[in-house]
Design a protein around this ligand. Sequence first.
Ligand code: ATP
Ligand code: MG
Length: 430
Amino acid sequence: MSYLPVKRLFSAPSDEEVEARGWIYRARSSGAIVFLVLRDSTGIIQVTVKKGNLPDQEFEAARGVTVESSVMVRGRLFDDKRAPGGKEMRASGFTVVGSAQTFPITEYQSEELLLDHRHLWIRSREQTAVMKIKAAAMAGARDWLKENDFTEVTPPVLTTNACEGGTTLFKLKYFDRDAYLSQSAQMYLEALIFSLDRVYSITPSFRAEKSRTTRHLTEYWHLELEEAWVDYRGNMDIQEQMVSAMVEGVLKNAGEELAVVRKDIEPLKAIVPPFKRVTYSQAVDMLNGQGYELGWGCDLGAPEERALTAEETVPVFVTNYPKECKAFYMKEDADDPRTYACADLLAPSGFGEIIGGSERETDLNKLVARMQEQDICMEPYEWYLDLRRYGSVPHSGFGLGVERVVKFICGLEHIRDAVPFPRTVSRVYP
Ligand code: ATP
Ligand code: MG
């Protein structure tokens, strides 16, 4: 007899003895009966252990068992209206595998204590649900990408170029030279489209973000995509389909987990193409209409993004940012050369940015001129400029913050709860 996951116990026939394995979620005893709740990755179930139904030694083990001890229980399933899920397991065998000392996490702990004990806190039902939702969202993306002929690739994480700007770079000693932890795989993906046309990668990105916000980590999972022969509008079509597939994957495969983390899942069902599209200039006008005093050329920060999407039910693309707001590698928009052919995707209900994307500049002279204007050292980018020298093609791509999307889908207050071991300016342990 092998063991059954907790979820499967609820449909096990009552005349058959089955085994379950997991951790003690709650324990209480009264005389000759011990009431336990057993937890595993699939759920919780009530277990009653009655003296006389199993060897005395095993009954004593159950009576003394502590919360978070790992155990193996044998028994049969019976209907019980008062038990969670309507069933309880009556034990005929009980073994403690790993006894737990007094668990340091009890109800109502401070956020700091929970973060110090993150390696234990990730056992909680909320954290378990978020991790499953994240896996479902990533699987939704991968499935969509596979169906649409994107090849998953593995770019490096150690690099010499500073893709998104020098101020948030983690620098390290690479033997006798300097190197950096990657902030983005974009440039490597651009190199890979010449052999693979359509590529994506899911890697950690590192940003030495010093500001404490609820949407920045110093290490996050970055889903980046690059496609040949596509302009920035086609790039937006891809984004809205892929993001919708991520949400759909969660609704389909992690519905129960969603119910653990949020009250209302209806708003997620509205995340289907087409998403809304506005230009930066229109966005500035809308904001100024609401009392902001933004000049053309100001970047949009979190408060502006919140105001722009507060009343929206679908994500919003903000296109054509002024060049001064964005990175040098973006393509100048032929229709409005003050701007780039780019778009940020903002999630609805005031959430803000989940994707940054653009068409890439293919004109070697324009790229070099911009880099010179911005005092960017050319040497680490020579290989990147080669991509424009040897058979360049129009191409576009984007970067999606996986934890931003998970934060949005789960309705989390802080991005750190979208990753099991968060890294922020103040935390790199455990
Ligand atoms: P922000 O303005 O929010 O700092 P950004 O413009 O720096 O974002 P990009 O460089 O375009 O972001 O990165 C692509 C995506 O990666 C963003 O849309 C976001 O989803 C995610 N991202 C960026 N920085 C972080 C971070 N520090 N922690 C988590 N996700 C991030
Ligand atoms: Mg940033």
